[in-house]
Ligand binder design. Structure first.
Ligand SMILES: C[S@@+](CC[C@H](N)C(=O)[O-])C[C@H]1O[C@@H](n2cnc3c(N)ncnc32)[C@H](O)[C@@H]1O
Length: 275
């Protein structure tokens, strides 16, 4: 089965076509004279492929973070959720703090202190600078390292994170959040988000499908089993997305099976599922 959800962070914002972009693509000439289908308002090509198994997983650059910071839907939802979830005086853990944006919003919402855990030293350095510029003083505590290897000096009231992939659990959030909730939260501590739902749609993405099939590591035979990320306008959907699974985010089973039935809306060539 080919699943065209995100498995690394790079195109997250762009993989979710906004309604106004649905079905739209710009055709742009490239320097070589070839044409690419550009996603309007984006630097990305339609059906551009990102591979989940690439080293990029450990090398999210500043560009990826800027892309996520530009995802207005995500940003608005988290800011509002933090306003509602933070009780003044809370000790908060921001797991995967990145640029520290959620930590800053938690402090704005009244948190006494935020421990921002981040495995990427470069982006954590940016978070420290931005916290300094925002005059957060020592209320933002930068903690470098992988969450599994980190210990904190005090239990937290709230664990906030944004380590969800387009398929929800494809960035290993279940294992990461189970461990973090157990070791960082006080008894009765809260998590944000508390749950997530995954929707899937059968899609026609023939360019991406061919690009993946051409890879030595995948080959034509394996392209339905490959797991990659692709920008796909709504016009590529063969049926409306359907709810596939609800996640509690802490205590979810590591392995499961699901069955879905779709009624397709239009003729086309099925190349995989997008999450
Ligand atoms: C999607 S980004 C979110 C960054 C920031 N919280 C935001 O909302 O813009 C996820 C970040 O979590 C970090 N990360 C993921 N898993 C981690 C782990 N187990 N321990 C530490 N950092 C982690 C990644 O390096 C990345 O910077």
């Amino acid at each position: 089965m080919e699943r065209t959800g995100t498995s690394n962070p790079c195109p997250r914002g762009a993989t979710e076509p906004q309604p106004e972009h649905a079905g739209l693509q710009e055709v742009c000439p490239t320097a070589s004279g070839a044409q690419v289908r550009r996603v309007p308002g984006s630097v990305y090509e339609a059906e551009q492929v990102w591979l989940s198994w690439s080293e990029q997983l450990l090398g999210w650059g500043a560009d990826f973070h800027d892309l996520m910071l530009g995802d207005e839907l995500r940003m608005r939802a988290y800011r509002q959720a933090l306003r509602e979830a933070v009780v003044p005086g809370d000790v908060v853990v921001d797991l995967g703090t990145g640029t520290g944006v959620l930590a800053r919003w938690a402090l704005e919402a009244g948190a006494a202190r935020v421990y921002g855990i981040e495995r990427d030293p470069e982006i954590l350095a940016r978070a420290v600078v931005e916290a300094g510029e925002a005059a957060m003083g020592d209320t933002f505590v930068a903690v470098g390292g992988l969450s599994f290897e980190v210990t904190l000096p005090e239990p937290a009231d709230l664990l906030v994170s944004e380590i969800l992939g387009n398929l929800v659990d494809n960035e290993d959030c279940a294992r990461i959040l189970d461990d973090a909730a157990r070791r960082f939260l006080r008894p009765g501590g809260r998590t944000l988000p508390q749950r997530a739902e995954r929707y899937l749609a059968p899609v026609e993405a023939t360019l991406a499908h061919a690009a993946v099939a051409a890879l030595e590591t995948v080959g034509a035979a394996g392209r339905f089993d490959a797991y990659y990320d692709v920008i796909l306008p709504r016009s590529g959907y063969l049926a409306s997305p359907r709810l596939d699974r609800a996640f509690a985010l802490v205590g979810d089973p590591a392995a499961y099976r699901s069955e879905l039935v779709f009624a397709v809306d239009r003729p086309g060539t099925f190349t995989g599922f997008k999450g």
